[in-house]
Write a protein that binds this ligand. Structure first.
Ligand SMILES: [Zn+2]
Length: 167
C-alpha cells in the first residue's frame, strides 16, 4: 500500500467514524428529545390525575363531613380542625398585613395595590372608608332612633302608670 493510499484509507476511516459518530449523536439527541417529551407527558398526566383526586376528595368530604359514622371520620375531623385553624391564621395575617377584600370578587387584596389581582377591579380604599363612615352613621342613627323610641315608650309607660296611679 502506497503512502497516498494509506492516507486515503485513513481519511475514509476517519470520515466513516465521524459519520457514525454523527449518527450516534443524532440518535442520542432524538432519544433525549423523546425522553423529555414522554417525561413531561407523564408528569402532566400525573398532576392532572392529582387534581382529579382533589376534586373527588372535596366532593367526598362534602358528602360525609356530617356523618359521624363514616369510615373516614378521623380524616374528616382532622380536616375540619385544620380548616378552623387555617381561617384563624388567615384572619390574623390579614389584620397584620393591612389587607382587605376586593369589593367586586371578594378576593383578599392589599390596601396599597391599585387593582385586584383576580378580577382587575380598581382598589378604592378611600371609598371604603367613606362607606364605613356611612355605615357608622347609619348604625349611630339607628341607635339614636332606638333610644328615642325606648325613651318615648318609657315616657308613655310612665305617663300611663301616672294615670293609673291617679285613677
Ligand atoms: Zn377582585
Amino acid at each position: 500500500m502506497g503512502f497516498v493510499d494509506s492516507v486515503k484509507g485513513f481519511a475514509s476511516k476517519v470520515g466513516g467514524s465521524v459519520e457514525r459518530g454523527a449518527k450516534t449523536v443524532s440518535a442520542n439527541s432524538k432519544k433525549l428529545v423523546e425522553k423529555t417529551k414522554i417525561k413531561s407527558e407523564i408528569s402532566g398526566l400525573e398532576s392532572n390525575i392529582n387534581a382529579d383526586y382533589i376534586v373527588l376528595g372535596k366532593a367526598m368530604f362534602e358528602k360525609i363531613c356530617d356523618d359521624p359514622e363514616s369510615e373516614f371520620e378521623n380524616t374528616v375531623s382532622d380536616i375540619k380542625e385544620k380548616n378552623k385553624k387555617l381561617s384563624e391564621l388567615k384572619a390574623v395575617l390579614m389584620s397584620l398585613e393591612d389587607k382587605m377584600f376586593c369589593t367586586n370578587c371578594g378576593a383578599q387584596i392589599s390596601k396599597d395595590q391599585s387593582f385586584c389581582d383576580k378580577c382587575g377591579q380598581k382598589v378604592q380604599v378611600e371609598e371604603n372608608v367613606a362607606e364605613q363612615a356611612e355605615v357608622t352613621e347609619v348604625i349611630e342613627g339607628t341607635v339614636s332612633d332606638v333610644s328615642e323610641t325606648v325613651e318615648t315608650k318609657v315616657e308613655a309607660t310612665v305617663d300611663s302608670a301616672d294615670i293609673k296611679d291617679k285613677e
